[in-house]
Design a protein around this ligand. Structure first.
Ligand code: 2HG
Ligand code: ZN
Length: 474
């Protein structure tokens, strides 16, 4: 017999202790709305376990009761992946109290962290051991590693170090029936059958709950050079990227495309952000090259490559950071673009990827479509040119009604995504599917892929309790 909400809560209090089962509206509120305020859910309770054993008992209990469980990390998802639905019948499972760094092995270049560790906290721990964890996200002060791995987060270092999935050596996962998969290996080589753990990376909590991970570390960057560069156009930016890779022995760690409007929005809305250059240009690149050798001449290599590009009319101007403060200011401009967009008003977001070389043609075609078919939006297209991932976003033009603008999201999104598809690209490069893009996945994934995804879901979670309605519709 299905237990009532009150019976279930009583059982969960027995497992977790009363203080770890939140039910008061004010306590639960922060867990019920997503970062973009797209969804406002309800929940039977918010659970805050302290141990893996407790997570295991909670899932076994919910599996038996057929109650949906929504894993919740730092709540920085762009697709509503960590927000419960409106039924009030689901439970939110916060991982924030599982926040220990279990070990760090400098010689093996690895660390083992629990899901609730804040990404920035892991950066600091790696740094203390003279190592680097290269996953770099604007939200690193609050996002949690469990969420980063569950969504296979990207960020600004992907071109050199890969996505979150590429940084994982091992995982510990609690399965929906309560079993614990201990695959916390620290091996670089392990060819022993199917790579089961990799299925949880990017699964957004729909197959189980990641409770800990072994992550790869790298040598610390000790010679870093950063430049904010005005480029002639987007094609010139793509050429510049290849040149920098060649000139630096492939040590480009970030290569971010920034349009003029993003400089205008950040300087207007974000305190202390200023335009690094004297004159306005249409397109910029924030690029960073780095080496673990403290005197590898990174600044000289970057400077020489930029001077040559200036002579070849790829680059119009550049500001090279002279110290850490200037470097931080350049990164602040880039990282506060989403915040500036939010302060400017309603926006439609398209987290797309195409092959890097196709970006200029894609941008030209997609921008022409927007001018002709969505004049109520102002294009704010920026992002990770180095790996082909663009945030092809639109902000409501001044005077445009926000609700009407947002209501047009499906039409605009479908047109942009159709074009992405034509270019062999992805409609969700780094933000995942969550609840927002379930329909797009059904539309664009090929039939065989979808069948396999459903088969995996059924095999891992036969009663459909894990993050119901996310990634795949029930
Ligand atoms: C970024 O690259 C984030 O800044 C957010 O992925 C992008 O707001 C966005 O669309
Ligand atoms: Zn991004």
């Amino acid at each position: 017999m299905t237990p009532s909400g009150e019976e279930l809560r009583a059982r969960l209090r027995e497992i977790l202790g009363a203080d770890a089962v939140l039910t008061a509206a004010a306590d639960c509120a922060p867990y019920l709305t997503d970062h973009r305020q797209l969804y406002h859910g309800a929940a039977l309770a918010v659970l805050r376990p302290r141990t893996v054993a407790q997570v295991s008992q909670v899932l076994a209990c919910c599996n038996a009761a057929r109650v949906g469980v929504v894993p919740h990390g730092g709540n920085t998802s762009y697709c509503g992946g960590a927000t419960p639905d409106e039924s009030g019948r689901q439970l939110v499972l916060s991982l924030q109290r599982l926040n220990r760094i279990r070990s760090l092995d400098a010689a093996n270049y690895s660390l083992v962290a629990e899901a609730g560790c804040i990404l920035g906290q892991l950066h600091a721990a790696a740094g203390q051991a003279e190592r680097c964890l290269p996953l770099t996200l604007g939200s690193q002060g609050s996002c949690q590693i469990g969420g980063n791995l569950s969504t296979n987060a990207g960020g600004t270092s992907v071109l050199r170090y890969g996505m979150a999935r590429d940084l994982v050596l091992g995982l510990e996962v609690v399965l929906p029936d309560g079993r614990v998969l201990d695959a916390l290996s620290a091996l670089r080589k392990d060819n022993t059958g199917y790579d089961v753990k990799s299925l949880f990376l990017g699964a957004e909590g729909t197959l189980g709950v990641i409770t800990a991970a072994t992550l790869k570390l790298f040598p610390m960057a000790r010679d870093v050079a950063t430049a904010f560069t005005a480029v002639t156009d987007v094609r010139a930016a793509v050429t510049l990227l290849a040149r920098l890779r060649e000139a630096t022995s492939d040590r480009v760690s970030s290569f971010e495309l920034i349009p003029r409007i993003a400089v205008e929005l950040t300087t207007r809305h974000i305190p202390q952000v200023t335009d690094p250059l004297d004159r306005a240009h249409d397109w910029y690149v924030l690029c960073e090259v780095s080496s673990s050798h403290p005197a590898d001449g990174m600044e000289e290599l970057l400077g020489n490559a930029l001077s040559a590009a200036l002579g070849d009319d790829l680059v119009r101007d550049a500001a090279v950071a002279r110290n850490e403060r200037e470097r931080a200011a350049l990164w602040k401009l880039r990282e506060s673009i989403p915040e500036a967009q939010r302060k400017d008003g309603a926006s439609l977001k398209h987290d797309i990827a195409v092959p890097v070389a196709a970006l200029p043609d894609f941008l030209a075609r997609a921008s022409a479509w927007v001018s002709a078919n969505a004049p109520q939006g102002r294009l704010v297209a920026y992002g990770h040119l180095g790996d082909g991932n663009l945030h092809f976003n639109l902000n409501a033009a001044p005077g445009v009604d926000a609700q009407r603008f947002l209501a047009d999201a499906p039409r605009v999104g479908r047109a942009i995504h159709d074009l992405v598809c034509e270019f062999g690209g992805s409609f969700s490069a780094e933000h995942g599917i969550g609840r927002l893009k379930v329909g797009e996945l059904e539309h664009y994934a090929n039939a065989v892929e979808l069948q396999l995804m459903r088969a995996v879901k059924t095999a891992f979670d036969p009663h459909g309790i894990m993050n119901p309605g996310k990634v795949l519709r029930a």
